[in-house]
Structure formats: C-alpha cells, structure tokens
Design a protein. Sequence first.
Length: 320
Amino acid sequence: MTPDTALIFWHWGASLLGIAANAAATLPFMAALALILGRRGHAAFCLTGAASLAGLGLALSAAWPALVIGDALVQLSQVADAPLARRLGAFFTPAGAGISLSVALWCAGILCAWSGRHACLRKAAGLPPGTDSYSARAIRLPLVLLFGAACCALAAFALLNWPFAGLPPGMDFSRAAAAVLKHACRAYFTAFSSGGAVGLILAALVARRGWLGRPLSAAEAAGAVRWCAVWAVAGAVPQLLERWGVALGLLLRKGSALPGEAHAALFQLVALCLLTLAAAAWGALLAARVPKRRLALAAAGLVLLILSASAPWALRLLVP
C-alpha cells in the first residue's frame, strides 16, 4: 500500500468517524428537548427515551477524540518524521492547544451526558403509577446536565479551530471569536443530520418492538420516529442548499477545470446525490401518516448517509 493510498483510507475512515462524532455531539440536545416535550404527556416514555438517546450518544462518544487526535497525528506525520511521543507533545503547545482543550471539553461533555442519562432513569423509576406528566422542577437536573453536554460539544467544535498560536494578521479578537463561533454553530447544526439519522434507527426499533417490555401506542411510535426525522432533515437542508449551489456553479464552468479537478467535482456530486436521497428518505418518514409502516426508510437514510461520506474516497481508489 502506497502512502497516498493509506492517506485515502484514513480520510475515508475519518469521514465515517465524523458521522459518529456528529451524532454523539447532537443526541444529548435532542434528548434534552424531548424531556421538555414530556411535560405535556407520556412522561415515562419521554424520560426513558431521552435516557436512550443520551446513551446512544455515549456509545458513539469515542469517535470525536479518535477523529481529532488521529487527524492531527496524520498531518504531523506528513510534515515531520518524529517519534510518536514528540508528536503527542505537540498537543500541549500553543499550536496544538485547540486539539487538547477540545478533547478535554468533550470528555467533560461525556460526563454530563452520563450523569444526565442516569438522572433521567432515576426520575422515570420514581414516577408514581399512572403519571402522565411532570413539572419543570422535576426535570431540572437532567435537563441542565444534557444541555451541558451539548454545550461542551459545541465548545469543542469551536476550540478545535481557535487560533491559540496567534491571531491572523489584521484580525482582532472580536472578529476572530465571531468567525470561529459562527463556523462552530454552523457545523453543530448540520451535525443534526447524523444525530437524527442514528437516532432514527433506535426509534424504528422501539416503534417496531415496543419499549421496556410493553408495546408503544400509535402516537408514541409516530412521535419517536418523527422526532428523530425532523432533526435529520433540519441538519441536512442547509448543507444541501450550500453544496448544490457550489456544484451547480462548478458545472456551469464548462471546460475551465483541470482533469483532476473534474474528477474531484464528479466525486463530490455523487456524494451530494446520495445525501439528497438520504434527506428524501428522512423527509418521507417525517411526512408519513403512519411512520411505522415505513421504518425501512430509517435504515435506508443511514446507509445513504454512510455511502455519501464514503463515495469521494472510494471513487478516488477506483478512478486513478
């Protein structure tokens, strides 16, 4: 395997890790808002559902440190042939502080999500039989913990791109902070497509098999599926609009691209078409009168999302 081929395989794996990391970042936020909806009914279902979404995020949470640290080590290996210990030491310099601090904040978010999940389960176990709703005070602790996990993830997104080694020439602190925060918020919002897609798999299983030994009502099954589908669609729409605009602009530049650029643009177009199909699957679930009859679309959406992330790198291996 040549170095270039190994690098392509790494980028392919990093794209898949990115889906898991984005899901882990956004699932606690989805869980927190599900708790708020539970005040109006289905108390036990919303509490245990929020705990399950947070648990799913915890199961995927190792993806972010693996992605960030792995990508940094790959970049360092390309510019300097140094021992691993020296490369790791670069994370504790001003230039690498963004990586180390973002991973530290991410770990704090994991602790918040773990504590929030257990707080939800304790509240669910303590509900009197027949209770259909709860007060805002009853969910204050899990709500704060889950929102805290989401804030830690957003801060990790921001710190990763913060110029700790020094501000760019001609840019003051306020402009740099605004630019980094804007980019982090945009990245976090688009990450909901991954969170919704992964959450939809859990929602589909729950809708089909029941929850905690009991079948779900039609309203609960439809609500669980639509809750995850709306986040998947919301996260996909902004990036689809932006990427289709760029793709159409490139297509209109007839004959102006180099052969290598033409191949890269074609690969990105294939990925964009796959992402569009994934969004269509999520949208069909969201619009369905009886989502339980179309649960196969949940798996189709996730598979298409994975194929969209894989397509540019798999095609680079197939097309010289």
